[in-house]
Design a protein around this ligand. Structure first.
Ligand SMILES: [Fe+2]
Ligand SMILES: [Fe+2]
Length: 256
C-alpha cells in the first residue's frame, strides 16, 4: 500500500519535470519529506522494552507473560533467571546448529516450562513438565498469545526434561539441551547450592557434592548437537575443577 502511494507520487514528479523543470528541486524535497512522514505514521516505532537480560518484549502478550512470570516463576534455581538463560542458550545453540526458531514459541516455553513444579502450581504425583503444559494453555490464551502456536509450546515444555527422550523437533531438542547445560558449569553449581535456600530443604554439602559429581559424569551424555557438546565439555570441565578444588580444601572431602 505504502509503496503504491510513493511510486504514484514519483510518476507525478516526472510529468511535472517536463513542464516546470526549475521547480522540481523544491517540490522533490516536499514530496519525499511528506512520503517519509506518511511512512512514519503508518509504522509505529519498535518497542525498546526488554526483560532483565535483554529479551525483546515486542508484543503486548510478551509484556503480560513477563509480568506474570516475575510474580509467579519465583525460585532460586528454577525461577525467572533460569527461564531467561534457557531462552538465550537455545537461541545460541540454534544459531550454531542452523536451526530455525519461532521466538514466540521459545519465549512462552522458556517462561512456563518449570511452572508446574513450583509451589502454588504443582500437583502431587504429576511430573512438573506435564503439569506445566497442562496449565500453560489457559495462561497464554488469557494473555493474548497466538493460540495456533500452542502445540509447539506444549511439545517444547513436555520434552524439556533430561530424564525423558529428546523431541523429534530440532528446536525443542535444543531447548532440552539448554535446560541440561544449565545444570553444568559455574551456573549449575550456583543453582544447586541455591536449592538449599529453599525452606525446609535438608541438604548437606556432601549431598550437594554427590549430586554435582553425578551431573559431571552423566549430563553431557544427554547432549546430541555439536554446539551443545562443545558447551557441555567446557561446563563439565568447570564443574570438575570446582569439585577438585573443594576436595583439596576439605581434607579430601572428609571435612565437608
Ligand atoms: Fe524442568
Ligand atoms: Fe528448566
Amino acid at each position: 500500500m505504502r509503496l503504491t502511494l510513493i511510486s504514484s507520487k514519483y510518476r507525478f514528479l516526472t510529468t511535472l519535470q517536463k513542464t516546470f523543470p526549475l521547480s522540481l528541486g523544491l517540490l522533490t524535497i516536499f514530496v519525499i519529506t511528506s512520503s517519509n512522514g506518511f511512512a512514519q505514521k503508518a509504522s509505529p516505532p519498535p518497542s525498546t522494552a526488554t526483560t532483565a537480560s535483554g529479551i525483546s518484549l515486542d508484543t503486548a502478550w510478551k509484556v503480560r507473560l513477563y509480568e506474570f512470570a516475575k510474580l509467579n516463576v519465583v525460585h532460586p534455581s528454577w525461577g525467572l533467571a533460569h527461564a531467561e538463560r534457557n531462552f538465550h542458550l537455545t537461541m545460541d545453540l540454534a544459531k550454531r546448529q542452523h536451526v530455525e526458531v519461532d521466538e514466540d514459541v521459545l519465549f512462552a516455553a522458556s517462561f512456563l516450562h518449570d511452572l508446574g513444579g513450583l509451589k502454588n502450581f504443582a500437583k502431587e504425583g504429576v511430573d512438573h513438565a506435564i503439569r506445566s503444559a497442562e496449565i500453560s494453555e489457559a495462561i497464554l490464551k488469557s494473555q493474548g498469545f497466538p493460540t495456533a502456536k500452542f502445540p509447539d509450546v506444549r511439545e517444547m515444555i513436555l520434552s524439556h526434561v533430561y530424564y525423558g527422550p529428546a523431541s523429534a523437533s530440532p528446536v525443542a531438542a535444543l531447548f532440552r539441551e539448554a535446560d541440561i547445560l544449565d545444570f553444568l558449569g559455574a551456573i549449575g553449581i550456583a543453582r544447586l547450592f541455591a536449592v538449599t535456600l529453599e525452606a525446609g530443604a535438608e541438604t548437606s554439602l556432601r549431598d550437594i557434592v554427590k549430586t554435582l559429581t553425578s551431573f559431571a559424569k552423566t549430563f553431557s551424555t544427554q547432549i546430541q548437537s555439536s554446539a551443545g557438546q562443545e558447551l557441555a565439555r567446557q561446563r563439565t570441565h568447570e564443574l570438575n575443577e570446582f569439585l577438585r578444588q573443594l576436595k583439596s580444601e576439605s581434607m579430601e572431602g572428609k571435612a565437608l
